[in-house]
Design a binder for this molecule. Structure first.
Ligand code: SF4
Ligand code: MG
Length: 337
């Protein structure tokens, strides 16, 4: 294993530590992997993305440890960085692509200006940086000059999102954190951007953390997947283990809420009920009010996210009754492909 980011017991709290919007997140992200993070809206998945860059919105308080391992073998304690170091870190090491390119671009500035401003702010050569940007844009199947000389609104949604990906990569970061980067786009454009991300990952040796509510979408791309429920990880493991042999009732119900993992023709249907609000997290296993397998133990004891199967040690799940889950919540046919 060659971790690039190690997150240990990351918590984000509000109200003097009373309210958790990210709870005990621990995960190691391997260099050059594509890690998919899946959760419903309001589950804490965006908070996890922000935590990776120590960019939690006020007045949230982030605690825990986030270590970043550079290619040269040195280690950075992200939560100890100064503001200036953090500013560099966020573009040069771990870069973030947000949902909705339109809100990330300044509508009064040409795309080129976004690139040159970013380069100047980081004391980089503009001519070299623009050359690098041209290559990125070409690799994203965009005409560099046409895009650079356009205002954001002159580009289609898919072109904007690709231009935003190029901008986020202009300082050649090692890690891209993408929070619902394709949510505003139609299905075909989403699929083609995912294919491009797969290509970019190998061309630029990227590590990608792809955060989404859309399990089938990310399953087509990810090496590993983590399922987040009510501000905690419920399950994490290799893509095929999660898709074909998940151990958490929530994951199994998410899988069954979509007709076919490789052809997500309909929107994911929600599971009965909703995830809890941060101020209203249930006792014990926080999924218990929605779980058909819940017992007294589930209501009383919070299950730990742990290896549950000695033959599948890369796979962790937080469920007291994972064996019953596999037996009693069969996966719909055609899923496990
Ligand atoms: Fe359901 Fe209990 Fe497992 Fe929670 S611990 S997911 S309530 S079976
Ligand atoms: Mg690189």
């Amino acid at each position: 294993d060659d971790p690039i980011l190690e997150i240990d017991d990351a918590n984000v709290t509000y109200n003097d530590g009373e309210t958790y919007v990210l709870n005990d997140a621990s995960v190691s992200i391997d260099r050059r992997e594509i890690l998919g993070i899946v959760g419903e809206s309001g589950s804490g998945k965006s908070m996890f993305a922000s935590a990776l860059l120590d960019a939690v919105p006020d007045p949230g308080v982030l605690s825990g440890q986030i270590r970043y391992h550079r290619n040269d073998g040195s280690t950075v304690d992200v939560l100890e960085l100064s503001d200036e170091e953090l500013r560099q870190f966020r573009w040069e090491e771990v870069s973030m692509v947000f949902q909705g390119a339109m809100s990330s671009f300044n509508p009064t500035m040409k795309i080129r200006t976004h690139f040159t401003e970013t380069l100047k702010t980081h004391d980089r050569s503009v001519s070299e940086g623009i050359d690098f940007a041209r290559g990125l844009l070409e690799n994203l199947y965009l005409e560099p000059d046409r895009v650079l000389d356009s205002y954001p609104h002159e580009l289609s949604g898919g072109m904007q999102q690709r231009a935003l990906i190029a901008l986020s990569m202009v300082l050649n970061p090692e890690v891209l954190v993408m929070d619902e980067p394709t949510a505003a786009l139609d299905l075909l454009m989403q699929r083609s951007i995912l294919q491009l991300l797969d290509d970019l990952q190998s061309m630029y040796d990227l590590t990608i953390v792809f955060i989404t509510h859309d399990l089938p979408l990310v399953a087509s791309l990810a090496d590993r997947m983590a399922i987040i429920y009510a501000f905690q990880f419920a399950e994490i493991g290799p893509r095929d283990s999660i898709i074909g042999d998940s151990a958490h009732p929530y994951t199994r119900k998410l899988l069954n809420a979509t007709p076919n993992i490789d052809a997500p023709l309909v929107e994911m249907q929600p599971i009965d009920g909703e995830g809890p609000a941060p101020v209203n997290v249930p006792s014990g296993c926080r999924f218990h009010p929605r779980c058909s397998l819940a017992t007294e133990k589930c209501r009383a004891e919070d299950p730990q996210l742990d290896v549950f199967d000695e033959f599948d040690t890369d796979h962790r799940a937080a469920c007291h009754h994972w064996q019953e889950a596999r037996e009693e919540i069969p996966l719909n046919a055609g899923k496990a492909s």
